[in-house]
Ligand binder design. Structure first.
Ligand code: ATP
Ligand code: MG
Length: 581
């Protein structure tokens, strides 16, 4: 196919769009691949659509190769199945809801576990039909709180989601492994650099779950790795290595001190080190109590106190993941007024427990650890308050930040942190949805059996942004051959009729050999054309320029920046060799 730039529906922009912060977003807009319609909602223009379709093709080829079967469910869904699974409520503000003309509730599908379970229930009824894996490549809708970076986090986006149905746990393990292998193949073909990390299960409930994170400093996911053991996890999934409990014998009694003006951890530590407590105190010796309100879907707001060592901040994502599906907010001045036992800056376990407030602590707060914490009176703290002796929390919570250098949960060494973009997610769901919809089939022994499910997602449109993000350079986009919108970008950089005809002829030959060619036949200066070729990012740029008169054509590698001259007569063979690697 020959695509003429004189004709292509394409306008490249010289300036970055005002709302763009990350490179992939800026470049995809400047290069005319996508256009913004609303926050998190984008149109695909010709070249962008080609890349999207190429990613889809790779995903489909690998899914088909693993034996999964493609179907397509609607994006417009009735409320009932999601009501049955309680996700109509659990999904909260993230769900796009609408009504039809009769007033019936509908939604735009954010993910399709319910519908796949019902679809299998509708068609299959015997153990002989299993295992089966179904997938779709489909537009998903999520009213993301913070749509970001163009198509990277959209409110409308394309996902490949698949669902495996097995009769045994071993079967599910095998289906899960097959997906994991397939995802590795897909990302290898796309040239994406990634890590596989353990993940929390999130709103879906279930057991084994891993995420594929593309390595990127602009990623919203933080993951940690232990280089000694190979342990790798999303920080949301990190379980704190709790120390051993300490015997109470010999621990001094707790004592309340006047500590005026010590509402912050810094001022408290400063006070403690001037108070002759017999040891040097650091922020890690203090216990700060953070008040939030939580609400389970459809329930009432409830106060919750979270106690974490004073040297750590709360990590909002970890807290969110720990509380899911409940949501949380920080408490307000009004809440303080309504609960006078909460003394701002001096909240302690005593008042919390006396007033029946649920109190969860960091796993480091084990029995026998001794803390400096609030004494529930303005200007007072208590020193030597011992967990398990002087207060008994209602449980532990993973809410504190994970830091570089923290011990790995497997005890093998320190953790190293980095950032990534989630591109895929594999998940052993179990029988959650087959239970909800009583999906039973006839077993071998004549008794009913309930299939167990896996659910697996790949962000197809997000991958376009991820590839752009990982591959670009300061001049523009750079597409790996597998997803490039064309094989060759042929620039006519010579006004001479003979050169123009020669370029047309070469383009026709390349087309004839099965390559797709972008032909820059515009009446523009060579400088403008070269800049656009760099911006558009086709991996091989061929220039018919001044050298044509001497029978020469220039080949430029967009990745290495290298260029070389070849004989016009041998150009076709050279280009074919370069493209086919
Ligand atoms: P995230 O943590 O980034 O919000 P998620 O965990 O909600 O993602 P899943 O429900 O696991 O996402 O969806 C499967 C895949 O779909 C993700 O791995 C990601 O690649 C893609 N995806 C999810 N949300 C979006 C979005 N808003 N825009 C583009 N792709 C998305
Ligand atoms: Mg996920």
């Amino acid at each position: 196919m020959i695509t003429r730039l004189s004709h292509l529906f394409l306008r490249t922009l010289r300036d970055d769009p005002a709302d763009a912060e990350v490179a992939s977003h800026k470049l995809l807009v400047r290069a005319g691949y996508v256009r913004r319609i609303a926050p998190g909602v984008y149109s695909w223009l010709p070249l962008g659509l080609r890349v999207l379709r190429e990613v889809e093709r790779v995903v489909r080829e690998e899914m088909d190769a693993m034996g999964a079967q493609e179907i397509l469910l609607p994006a417009l869904l009735p409320r009932e199945p999601y009501e049955t699974s309680n996700r109509w409520t659990e999904y909260g503000a993230g769900l796009f809801r609408l009504k039809d003309r009769k007033g019936n509730d509908y939604m735009l599908g954010p993910t399709h576990e319910e519908l796949f379970a019902l679809t299998v229930k509708g068609e299959y009824n015997s153990y002989k039909d299993f295992p089966v894996t179904l997938y779709q490549v489909q537009t998903k809708y999520r009213d993301e709180e913070r749509p970001r970076a163009g198509i990277l986090r959209g409110r409308e986006f394309v996902m490949k989601d698949s669902y495996s149905f097995d009769l045994t746990d071993e079967g599910l393990t095998a289906s899960y492994q097959a997906h994991r292998d397939t995802y590795e193949r897909i990302l290898a073909r796309l040239g994406v650099k990634y890590v596989i990390v353990s993940a929390t299960s999130g709103a879906m409930g279930g057991s084994a779950s891993e995420e594929f994170l593309a390595e990127s400093a602009i990623g919203e996911d933080t993951y940690v790795r232990c280089l000694e053991s190979g342990y790798a996890a999303n920080v949301e999934a990190v379980k704190t290595l709790a120390p051993e409990a300490i015997p109470f014998d010999g621990l001094p009694d707790a004592k309340v001190y006047d500590t005026p003006g010590t509402e912050t951890i810094d001022t408290l530590v400063e006070w403690a080190n001037g108070a002759d407590l017999g040891k040097t105190v650091t922020a890690a010796d203090t216990l700060k109590n953070i008040m939030v309100k939580t609400r389970v879907p459809g329930g009432e707001w409830e106060l919750l106190a979270i106690g974490i060592p004073g040297d750590r901040e709360v990590d909002e994502k970890r807290l969110e993941a720990s509380l899911e599906p409940a949501e949380y907010v920080l408490i307000t001045e009004t809440d303080f007024k309504n609960n006078p036992f909460l003394v701002k800056g001096y909240i302690g376990p005593k008042a919390l427990q006396e007033n029946g407030i649920r109190y969860l602590v960091d796993p480091r707060v084990v029995d026998g650890t001794s803390w400096i914490t609030g004494a529930d009176e303005e200007g007072k703290h208590v020193v030597g308050l011992v967990a398990g002796r002087d207060f008994t929390p209602d449980g532990t919570i993973e809410a504190a930040e994970v830091r570089d250098g923290d011990p790995s949960p497997d005890g093998a060494g320190p953790l190293v942190a980095a950032r990534g973009i989630e591109v895929g997610h594999v998940f052993q769901l179990g029988r959650k949805y087959t239970d909800v919809f009583s999906v039973d089939v006839l077993g071998e022994n004549g008794k009913p059996v309930r299939p167990t499910m896996g659910s697996y997602g790949i962000g197809v449109s997000r991958l376009v942004a991820v590839i752009a993000e990982q591959m670009h350079d300061e001049k523009g986009l750079r597409w790996p051959a597998e997803v490039s919108p064309a094989n060759v970008h042929l620039v006519i950089a010579n006004k001479d009729d003979a050169a123009r005809e020669g370029a047309e002829g070469l383009a026709a030959e390349l087309d004839g050999a099965g390559l797709s060619v972008i032909l820059d036949d515009r009446k523009a200066s060579p400088g403008v054309k070269f800049k656009d070729s760099e911006l558009l990012g086709i991996p091989l740029v061929v220039v018919v320029g001044r050298g044509w008169a001497d029978g020469k054509v220039e080949l430029r590698d967009r990745f290495t920046g290298e260029s070389r001259e070849v004989d016009a007569g041998g150009a076709l063979a050279e280009i074919l060799a370069a493209v086919r690697g």
